[in-house]
Design a protein around this ligand. Structure first.
Ligand code: SF4
Length: 346
């Protein structure tokens, strides 16, 4: 490890830009002070890996509308409650009488529905492949148990199309720190077509500081090579979790999806289908993205076009206590992590 640390600190070869596309990696990079361990020639860029951050305002607006309907309650994780919609957040709606309840797991949401049969319980289902697999098993349980008042408002995304979008539209990325959690479900092989299409390496990484340093070291060494490497073999297999993949296929089918900052990306989302479509709370057509604060640059931050510190509101108007955009709300958001760690001050 000493050799790797020395290499990364003193590297003076061609500049390398690496992107992480996982909110947990973004948080781990901040927590472990990884950026300060790197030579100025190695730049880390946060990509669209935070599920809350990539969710468009139309989705928040729909949740707000639902929670204000009679006999309906919106169940959600806490960070989504603070994300500004085009006019208000779920927290604001709650203050105006909306029925919003924070849950700690999707299973909590299902149990709540089971105990409140006279209420339509809408769970805010955002996330990538990892959480889609959890939602699939939850829906199969709801189906088996005959729970009829449980719904999902989905904003589910899949990773390969957005990586393709970033490479095609943003460019200048020399390699990807491939997401650890997503890869558990999908397997590491899903990155091979992208590696070949753009002649760049992908390295699947764990979340410890040393694992991230090993990943960055591998990516620098593999620069320009269309390789996929799995440095998280304790949980990630080449084929992924095939049982979870089958459960996802039973419940969801691919669909076009809107991403904050990127617009509509074909086949980048998942929607309920078949018998499971009856659990849908009205997730189609949530495509618009009107920023609450027009000076917020979340859209460019999410694609790596600008660093959070280049946003004029960063740290002044926009802080974790006064977020103006989703990227400052979520603990996996780029702006939040840059703010709490001083990452942008390198
Ligand atoms: Fe938006 Fe705040 Fe990030 Fe600026 S610092 S891009 S306002 S979330």
């Amino acid at each position: 490890m000493t050799e790797i640390r020395d290499f990364l600190k003193t590297y003076d070869g061609p500049s390398v830009r690496l992107m992480e596309v996982c909110g947990t990696h973004t948080a781990a990079i901040s927590k472990n002070g990884i950026v300060r361990m790197l030579s100025p020639s190695i730049r880390l860029i946060s990509g669209p890996g935070c599920p809350v951050c990539v969710t468009v305002t139309a989705y928040i607006d729909r949740l707000v509308k639902l929670c204000l309907q009679p006999d309906t309650v919106v169940l959600t994780f806490g960070d989504l409650m603070r994300v500004p919609g085009s006019a208000m957040s779920l927290n604001d709606a709650k203050a105006e009488g909306g029925r919003v309840r924070m849950v700690y797991s999707p299973l909590d949401a299902l149990r709540f529905a089971e105990e409140h049969t006279g209420t339509t319980c809408v769970f805010a289902a955002v996330g990538f492949e990892t959480t889609a697999a959890v939602y699939a098993s939850l829906l199969e349980e709801a189906d088996r148990s005959g729970i009829r008042n449980f719904r999902l408002l989905t904003s589910l995304k899949v990773m390969p199309p957005v990586i393709d979008w970033v490479c095609a539209n943003q460019g200048g990325i020399d390699g990807f720190i491939a997401p650890g959690h997503v890869s558990v479900i999908t397997g590491s092989k899903i990155y091979q077509p992208l590696a070949e299409k753009y002649s760049i390496p992908f390295v699947v990484s764990g979340f410890e500081g040393e694992q991230l340093l090993e990943t960055i070291y591998a990516l620098v060494k593999l620069r320009g090579k269309p390789r996929v490497m799995n440095l998280y073999p304790s949980v990630v297999r080449e084929e992924g979790n095939e049982e979870a993949q089958r459960a996802m296929s039973r419940c969801f089918e691919p669909c076009d999806a809107a991403w904050r900052g990127m617009g509509i990306i074909p086949a980048s989302g998942l929607r309920l289908h078949g018998d499971f479509a009856r659990f849908d709370a009205g997730s189609d057509g949530l495509l618009e993205d009107h920023s609450f604060n027009t000076n917020c640059r979340c859209a460019e931050v999410l694609t790596g076009a600008v660093s959070p510190t280049e946003c004029p509101l960063f740290g002044r108007v926009c802080t974790p206590q006064t977020p103006q955009g989703a990227c400052m709300v979520s603990q996996e958001g780029s702006c939040y992590n840059y703010y709490i760690s001083g990452r942008g001050s390198k």
